[in-house]
Design a protein around this ligand. Structure first.
Ligand code: SF4
Ligand code: SF4
Length: 165
């Protein structure tokens, strides 16, 4: 194939793509809309589908039972029960889970193990840090819902092709 033919073929291939909808995102300015939080209903024994990003801890529901930490023990030992200066009648020892995201594999077993609806997983996947210490989320830090202010886009599927607007 001559250089001229090759150039025209390459141009034609590029032009064919122009009217097609874009599949890639301008991350981090734009992010995908996630399907909400992952939670587990211990009474029904049913999980609510959602994104398994960093955890959310509902402090007032946590009894310090440590079942989340025990569930994680044979997986990654990412949970450590730590003392928090907080008077809470349903948590006499005032101990709450702290998660180390340098170890967590986002399996969600800790959420499934919580019998008191105190732990879930959010749609926050932006866990970038300069030091390992920054990846350790204290109970107070886990209690703050993530604030994602960037525009979110939904993925659409059409004829086996995924794209976004
Ligand atoms: S998601 Fe899995 S690895 Fe992460 S803290 Fe929970 S049990 Fe441990
Ligand atoms: S988050 Fe749930 S499982 Fe973990 S200590 Fe608190 S109540 Fe127990």
């Amino acid at each position: 194939m001559s250089i001229v033919t090759g150039t025209f073929r390459a141009l034609a291939a590029a032009l064919k793509q122009l009217p097609k909808k874009r599949m890639t995102l301008r991350y981090p300015e734009t992010q995908l809309e996630m399907p909400g939080y992952y939670t587990y209903d211990p009474k029904l024994g049913v999980a609510k589908p959602g994104y398994k990003g960093r955890h959310i801890l509902w402090l007032d529901k946590c009894t310090g039972c440590q079942l989340c930490s025990i569930a994680c023990e044979n997986i990654s030992q990412a949970i450590e029960m730590v003392k928090v200066n907080r008077a809470q009648p349903n948590n006499k020892k005032s101990i709450f889970p702290q998660v180390d995201y340098a170890k967590c594999v986002f399996c969600g077993f800790c959420v499934d193990a919580c019998p008191f609806y105190a732990l879930g997983m959010t749609d926050d996947f932006n866990l970038v840090a300069y030091t390992k210490k920054e990846l350790v989320y204290s109970p107070e830090k886990l209690a703050v819902p993530p604030k994602v202010t960037r525009p979110k886009v939904k993925v659409k599927f059409e004829k086996d092709v995924a794209f976004h607007e």
